[in-house]
Ligand binder design. Structure first.
Ligand code: FES
Length: 56
């Protein structure tokens, strides 16, 4: 599933970033650009990030 349409970031891409050590929204924004364009993906990205972190 695509989380951030503006930057074409999928749930899987976020999962891979978390596997590499990413843990926060600012890091997600900085590294993948999530939420830096229209901002509509912010709450969805937050949920996905939390789920990924819980699965670790
Ligand atoms: Fe993520 Fe627009 S959908 S910034």
């Amino acid at each position: 599933m695509i989380v951030c349409v503006c930057h074409n970031v999928s749930e899987r891409k976020i999962q891979q970033a978390v596997d590499k050590g990413l843990t926060t929204m600012p890091q997600l924004r900085e590294q993948l650009g999530v939420g830096t364009c229209c901002g509509k993906c912010h709450s969805c990205a937050k949920t996905v990030l939390r789920e990924c972190l819980e699965e670790r």
